[in-house]
Structure formats: C-alpha cells, structure tokens
Design a protein around this ligand. Structure first.
Ligand SMILES: Nc1nc2c(c(=O)[nH]1)N[C@H]1C(S)=C(S)[C@@H](COP(=O)(O)OP(=O)(O)OC[C@H]3O[C@@H](n4cnc5c(=O)[nH]c(N)nc54)[C@H](O)[C@@H]3O)O[C@H]1N2
Ligand SMILES: Nc1nc2c(c(=O)[nH]1)N[C@H]1C(S)=C(S)[C@@H](COP(=O)(O)OP(=O)(O)OC[C@H]3O[C@@H](n4cnc5c(=O)[nH]c(N)nc54)[C@H](O)[C@@H]3O)O[C@H]1N2
Ligand SMILES: [Mo]
Length: 768
C-alpha cells in the first residue's frame, strides 16, 4: 500500500480524514509548509468513493484557516470576572487540571459522584469520557450525539433486530432508495455520491420531505408531507404492503415474531386516512409503498429529522425498521445491511468499563424514567440478548447515560438532587440544545463548570475553566465512522503544541489528566493518545508508526444475510421482533403507531389559531457544521446570514419580502432570521436555520449573540414534548407565528470583511 505522506519541494503533503460532516469521512490531502496548512486537495490515492468531490467542499477548503486563527483557544483559562464577562487568567495545563481535579474530589466526597455531570459533545473518543465517569462513579455523562443524532434509531434497532441496520453510503446494488428526512446532498458527501450513483444506474429514488431538496428534484416520487407526520406515512406503507401481500412471506414466516398483531395495528391506517393526516395525495402514498416493496433490493437511508419530531420520534424508526424487515431488505447488499465496528479494532464497548459502575449508581442517572429504552433498564435487556447470542454489548455512550434535559432541570430545580458540577467537552449546548433559556438558567447557577473547545463559544463563556482543545487537525484519530468498509484514521496533521504560541490537548489527554489525579492511574496506562491508538490497533498487527503512514484499512468483505449463518438474530426471541418484547418489558407500547406532534393544527387547535404556521428547523447548511465555521472567513462569506425559508404564497399572507428580517415565535420564545422566499417549501410551513451565533461581534454581554437568531430559543425540552422511548428533544414540527422585525439582527451591518480574518496563507488554487 502506498504511503500517505509525500514531500514536494519543502512542502509535506499528508493525508488525513475529515470530520466536517460528522457521519461521513472523506480523505483529504493537506499541504504543509513551515507548520502551516497552505492547501487542501484531493488525496492521490484513497479507497473512499467520494474522492472527486472533496475539492469542491467549502469546509475542506477552509482548513487552511483553522490552526492559527486568531480566535483559537491556545492556553487553559480560569475565570476571573463574573460568568459570561469574558475575563480570564491564563494558567498551565498542570495547574488547571490540579485545580479542577481537587474540586471534583471535594464534590465527590461531600455529595457523591453523581453530583458530577457532563454533556459530551463532539468527540471521536467517547469511550474515554465514559471510562472516566464509570471509574468516578457517576452515571450522569450524556453524549449529545447519542441522544439527538441517531441515538433513538440505534436503540430501537438493537431492540428489534439486535443490531443496527443503518448502513452509511448505499451500495450500487440498491435499486430503490428512500431519502426520508435526509438531504445528503448537503449533509453527507459520501452518502450523496452513492445515492447519485444509484440514480445514474437507473435505480428509483423516493423522497419524503416537506422541502424540495436537490434529492426531491431528481426523485421518481416526492412525498411533500406535513412535517412530523412521518409515522403516518410509515404505518400507511405497512398497511398497503400487508393488504396487497407485497411483503416477503418467507422472511416474515421464518424470521419474525408479532406479524399478526402488526396486521391488526395497521388496519386503521388506510391510504385515505394517511392522506388526510399527512396531506400527501392518496395515489402518491400507494405508488411509493408499492415501489418500495416491489423493487429489490431497497434501502431506507438514515435521516436525522425524524429524531427531532418529539414524542413520536422513536416510533417512526420502529415502523421503518419493520418495513425493512418485512420487505426482506434487512442484512442484504443493496438493502439495509448491519453496521458493526470492524472486529480488528478494539471497540468502544471494550474500553468504556460500564461494568464498573454499580447498579445502585446507574439508577441515579438523571431522567432515566423518561427514556427507558435508552437508559440502564434498556441497556440491561438489550445486552442480555446480545450476550446470549455471543455478541459484544452496546457501547455505553449509545445508551446508559443521563438525559440532558434532566441534567439542566436538576441543576435549576434541585430535583431529584442538585448536581454541583458540569463538564462540557466539545459541546455548545447554549446554541444546539432545545430551549436555550433553560440551558442558560442552568449554566448560570451551576456551582462549577469546565469546558473544552477550540473556540470561545457562548457555552464556553459561561464556564469557570476553559481548556484549549486540539482540533482534529491537531489530533490523531482512528475510527470506522458509521461505516464498516474502512477503518480510517491518521496522524496529527499539525502539532498540538508550539512552544510559546499555543498548548492544546486531545480529549484523551483531558480525561486521562483528570483520571490520574483522581486515583484512576491503573486504568490509564497509555501516556499519549498515540500509545492508546497503538493498543487499539494491536489486532491489526501494525504499530502506530506504520499506521500513521497508511491510515486506512479495508477489513475483509462485509457479508450478506449473516443471520442465516448465525441461525438467529441477537434478540430475546432470536427473531426480528415486530412486536418488541424489550419494549413490552419496559412498560412501553411494543408495536409501532402514529401520534400527532405535541403542537399541531390537529393536536392543539386552540394554539393553532394564534400560532398558525408549522416550523421546521436545522436542515443542514453546506459550509457549516452545526454551530461551527461561523468565524471562518471563506465559509461565512458564502452564507453570512441566518435564513428562514417560506413559500411565496405564505409570505404574501404575512406581508413579507425576500430579505426582510422576521421574528419567528413560539410559546417559548422568539428568534430573528432573514426571510428567504423559496417555492420548494410547503405552504404553511417555515424552515429556520440552526446553530447561529456571531463570533465577530466580540460582545460577551450578549454571549456573542447567542439569544438573537438562535432557533433553539423557540424549540422545546418540556417533559411532555420529549420522545417517550429515548428522550429526544422537540426541535421540529411545532407551531409558530412570524412577523416582520423592525430592526435587523444587532450584528448586521457590521462589516464582515473587517471582523473576519482575511490573512489566509496559501489559499491560491483552492478556488474560493
Ligand atoms: N434546532 C435544532 N437543533 C439541533 C439540531 C437541529 O437540526 N435543529 N441538530 C441536532 C444534532 S443532530 C446534533 S448532532 C447537535 C450537535 O450539537 P453539538 O455537538 O453541540 O454541535 P457543534 O456545533 O458541533 O458543537 C460542538 C462544539 O465542539 C467544538 N469542537 C469541534 N471539534 C472539536 C475538537 O476536535 N476538539 C474540541 N475540544 N472541541 C471541538 C466546536 O467548536 C463546538 O463548539 O445539534 C442538535 N441541535
Ligand atoms: N454541511 C453539514 N453537514 C452535516 C452537518 C452539518 O451541520 N453541516 N451535521 C451532521 C449531523 S450531526 C447530522 S445529524 C446530519 C443530518 O443530516 P440529514 O439527516 O440530511 O438531516 P437534516 O439536514 O437535518 O434534514 C434533512 C431534511 O429533513 C427535512 N425535514 C424537516 N422536517 C421534516 C419532517 O418532519 N419529516 C421529514 N420526512 N423530513 C423533514 C428537511 O427539510 C431537510 O431537507 O448531517 C451531518 N452533516
Ligand atoms: Mo447530528
């Protein structure tokens, strides 16, 4: 295999892999001169299908700007002013970690380990935070990604199938793809490349989305549903497929339990009823169900939006999982194959030490009763089934934590107890979590808070200590990132420390640094991230030095229909549990069903009189990743303002023109964005962007504009709005009203070019 490093004329070219879309990972070549990235280009060889797209990616191109950006955090900081005043004292890593560890020890001794909580945001090494927490004795570490971003999907798949049938990029063998609440043309380079390829090869594409995405434009059928009614579409498809006997009879007979009960349950979801609920024409519903069931193999790809619709979110995935199963598309190449970490890599569950947390402590997890499947009771049941089938258990970050909403609530109300400390490594909950006001209240009054990030974000402004994180460009990594075909990873592209300039640390350094100060020395034998990665690579038989020069591996081929070889699915019954015994044991409805969103023209008719539009939030923005990239000149110039999309018809009724500033208001609050007229959005629906704050304002009194355009000012983490199975917050498909704002957002009119950095080395050839 050729090396991933080359030298050209004083420039070192190194290949790395990108985290810029979270779920997809392109390989990129970084050109490095004098310890600076001067260009980002296509890798000269790479196993990854998306390779031709990388150079057109605004995020990839922008990495020349990151390492020495003047806004980067460079040294540990300790707060000297009030919270949010942005007044800090610089200190060394040793001193910072000593002080933080002393405080945590004191809290543990005085109150108990559960009084320490954590929102673990973006991290590729989530096993390390879990390991630290389990050794410390606290169950209250919540991984954002595992909650709002696929966590419910993962858990319901484990309950029904004993594995996860959400494969990353679709295989060329797929003949019918359903893009359901996903827009990979914006959110996933590799997945989108695969999807386009299927279309080019003559496959069918069904899109289910209230907005006309790029996917919808090339779709064979586009279902422009009322937001949040996905469950009704799924139940309707099941109804049609069962009534017209389009299901895979062999598979249903031999490999499932609960089909008769399902048949009974879906009876009421006739195409007519479903059409009334969703506002999709009857013939579209029937035609799409037939297309999905008849054309094989077919895949329903992963889309995050159904995870954001509130109480019914997990139920939608439950129904989709059953659709995959009864049409015989589970574990089939071109259908929905199982996603499993490559066995050659020591996986997170082998490192997270969940076994060390006592049952007594596990039960103190905040909010577990609101998410029984995605907390210790579900963890126990799922793992029992996995174990009896000889499989590895789930990683604890994917289940087994606390509920973020409950952590913030407990800090404010003291119920059931008042956590005293919170850690925020790689998380920006003030911008990304539902109901910003609630997060703010908690961050204001929590006794002790520590953040670790690459920028001074609104959430970091509220912390007592802020630690400078190495960005992934400055960290080594290894992972299989949602995919099983490749093990990816790589060396640090740039150093994490340059004497006198910056001194940043990896997440691993942080958890180990705290751990060894708190009596966990035995459990952190690897002194550096590299040593740990070498340990994880052992089964591959390569050293770190060999690996870093050739940072990918293609494990032996992924097999089809593995359940035939195993003779079972790793569920309690050994079958696909259409009627889930695990949900039943947890006291939850074992079958899928549809429920109206908690706020809708049907469920809250009174509210609808005043708040008469449906709001959806957070469709991805190509040049940004969540709240990131706002301070990067090249990406920000491509997309300077927060935009709210509205249909021309609806805009006319509200007397709005393209470019007007507008307030979007729900019962919980309001946010200001700029109106963008878009014919492709369903009338009566508005879509607002997420992740907005304004680093260029440099104004800590507004927490860098955290409360003005941030759409999570209007979303909800109220108890009765959370998903009933896994606790997801309510971010999408709620009622709102809109009205013209008298003033533009406060940051507006400031000269962006003056406040964003322009001095970007070597960007020539990157086609800005
Ligand atoms: N309204 C609404 N809200 C949403 C969504 C939506 O669609 N609508 N989407 C939800 C979803 S699916 C998700 S996944 C979440 C995302 O929520 P978050 O994960 O909180 O989002 P990020 O903006 O990526 O914030 C992570 C923080 O980590 C920092 N960071 C990034 N890389 C590194 C690193 O390598 N080291 C260190 N130390 N820090 C790093 C970033 O600077 C950033 O401040 O948002 C959710 N919130
Ligand atoms: N550029 C970029 N890429 C990213 C990210 C990013 O921030 N920026 N974030 C990454 C992360 S963590 C995630 S989770 C993924 C998410 O990426 P995707 O899964 O593609 O999800 P979204 O872009 O949030 O939304 C997809 C579509 O759902 C539609 N939608 C809205 N409401 C509904 C509804 O009620 N029902 C249905 N069926 N559709 C609805 C929206 O109109 C939108 O077109 O993207 C990842 N990739
Ligand atoms: Mo996500």
């Amino acid at each position: 295999m050729p090396s991933s490093e080359k030298n050209f004329d004083k420039t070192l070219v190194k290949m790395g892999h990108c985290f810029g879309c979270h779920h997809d990972s392109c390989q990129i070549a970084f050109h490095i001169k004098d310890d600076k990235i001067v260009r980002v280009t296509q890798p000269w060889h790479s196993p990854i299908r998306s390779a031709p797209i990388v150079e057109g990616c605004p995020k990839a191109r922008s990495f020349v700007e990151w390492n020495r950006h003047p806004d980067r955090l460079n040294f540990p900081l300790k707060r000297v002013g009030g919270r949010g005043e942005n007044k800090w004292e610089k200190l060394s890593w040793d001193q910072a970690l000593d002080e933080i560890a002393n405080r945590l020890r004191q809290i543990k001794e005085e109150s108990g380990p559960e009084y320490l909580t954590c929102i673990d945001g973006f991290s590729s090494e989530q096993w390390a935070s879990q390991r630290f927490f389990h050794l410390f004795g606290s169950p209250n570490c919540e991984a954002t990604m595992s909650r709002i971003c696929k966590g419910d999907l993962r858990n319901i798949h484990f309950a029904l199938l004993g594995r996860v049938a959400l494969y990353g990029p679709p295989s060329e063998r797929c003949n019918c793809l359903v893009a359901w609440g996903s827009a990979h043309s914006v959110s996933g380079t590799i997945m989108w490349a695969g999807e386009k390829r299927i279309k080019d090869l003559g496959g069918k594409l069904i899109v289910i989305d209230p907005r006309q995405t790029t996917e919808a434009k090339i779709a064979d059928i586009w279902l422009q549903l009322r937001p949040g009614t996905d469950g009704a579409i799924a139940m309707g498809w099941l109804n049609i497929i069962i009534n017209e006997e389009l299901y895979d009879k062999e598979f249903v007979k031999n490999w499932t339990i609960g089909f008769p009960e399902l048949k009974e349950r879906v009876k009421k979801y006739t195409p007519k009823v479903v059409s009334e609920i969703t506002s999709v024409p009857i013939d579209h519903i029937i035609e799409s169900a037939r297309m999905y069931a008849i054309i094989k193999p077919a895949s329903i790809n992963w889309g995050t939006k159904v995870s954001h619709i509130g109480p019914n979110a997990t139920k939608v995935e439950q129904a989709r999982c059953i659709l995959r199963a009864i049409t015989g598309n589970i574990d089939v190449d071109g259908g929905d194959r199982f996603q499993e970490p490559p066995p050659q890599l020591l996986s997170h569950q082998e490192l997270d030490l969940a076994e060390l947390l006592s049952e007594e402590q596990a039960k103190k997890a905040l909010g577990w009763e609101y998410m029984k499947l995605k907390a210790w009771p579900g963890f126990k049941l799922i793992n029992k089934a996995l174990e009896s089938a000889g499989k590895k258990r789930m990683p604890s970050w994917a289940n087994f934590g606390a509920l973020q909403a409950a952590i913030f609530d407990a800090i404010v109300t003291g119920k059931p107890y008042r956590p005293r400390a919170i850690l925020l490594p790689g998380a920006n909950p003030l911008i990304l979590m539902a109901q910003t006001q609630k997060v703010y209240e908690a961050l204001k009054c929590v006794e002790f808070s520590v953040g670790m990030d690459v920028w001074m974000t609104p959430s970091m402004l509220m912390c007592d200590y802020v630690l400078p994180g190495a960005y992934w460009l400055e960290s080594p990594s290894i992972g299989w990132v949602e995919r099983c075909e490749y093990i990816l990873g790589g060396d640090r592209i740039l150093p994490k420390k340059v004497e006198g300039v910056y001194d940043r640390a990896d997440f691993y350094d942080f958890w180990r640094g705290l751990g060894i100060r708190l009596g966990q020395e035995l459990y952190w034998p690897w002194k550096t991230t590299e040593e740990n990665l070498e340990f994880r690579l052992k089964k591959l038989g390569v050293t770190w030095d060999e690996w870093r020069k050739q940072p990918w591996m293609i494990p032996p081929g992924v097999k089809d229909r593995t359940y035939l070889k195993d003779g079972r699915f790793p569920t309690p019954s050994g079958k696909v549990e259409i009627k889930s015994s695990i949900l039943e044991q947890l006291g939850l409805d074992p079958l899928p069903d549809y429920q109206e969103p908690p706020e809708s023209p049907v469920s809250t008719q009174e509210l609808f009189k005043e708040y008469s539009l449906i709001l959806i939030t957070g469709a991805r923005i190509r040049p940004f990743l969540h709240s990131q990239f706002r301070q990067i000149s090249s990406t920000r110039r491509m997309h300077p303002d927060p935009l709210m999309e509205i249909n021309p018809e609806t805009a006319k009724e509200s007397d709005l023109k393209d470019g007007d500033w507008v307030w979007i208001e729900t019962k919980r609050g309001r946010a200001k964005q700029r109106c963008r007229i878009f014919e492709g959005i369903k009338p009566g629906v508005v879509h607002a962007e997420y992740g907005w704050w304004f680093p260029e304002t440099k104004d800590p009194t507004t927490l860098f504009g955290a409360f003005e355009c941030n759409i999570n000012m209007v979303t909800s983490q109220e108890w009765d709005h959370l998903d009933k199975t896994c606790g997801n917050w309510y971010l999408n498909a709620m009622l709102c009203k809109i009205y013209k704002a008298q003033e533009p957002a406060a940051y507006y009119g400031k000269d962006l070019s003056a406040s964003l950095v322009d001095d970007i080395p070597g960007e020539e050839g990157n086609g800005r």
